[in-house]
Design a protein. Sequence first.
Length: 159
Amino acid sequence: MRTYDDSFSGQKIYPGKGKLYVRGDSKIFRFQNGKSESLFLQRKNPRRIAWTVLYRRQHKKGISEEVAKKRTRRAVKHQRAIVGASLDVIKERRSQRPEARAAARQQAIKDAKEKKAATESRKKAEKAKNAAAGKGTGQRIQSKQGAKGSAPKVAAKSR
């Protein structure tokens, strides 16, 4: 059995009941009774009329006994070991005093800077050695296109 929904109230319309209203733009509206048709034609908002399905849905009426309130899951924080450190190491670091951690951080920064300076000086020495060794050749490196013997570019001539 085919039923329709009331365009205003949202209630079911059974066969042989209700009215059909066709607007000027050919949109079809179905009404269960004259009451919902009248309120629709008065341009009343069904969300503000207490007996309509839209109002009852919006104000959560008549669903309390069917559906219990949903429980939200709370995220529980867990401590886990990460790739570089085990859980014991992480706990030990966390329990250290902030001054000790700051001192360790400063020491690590200092070591990193020294290491970087050493590599820089090594690179400079290597570069200087290479420059001294390659000074005697004096040949310019030619590009691949130049080596192929491509034709030189011709300047544009005025007509």
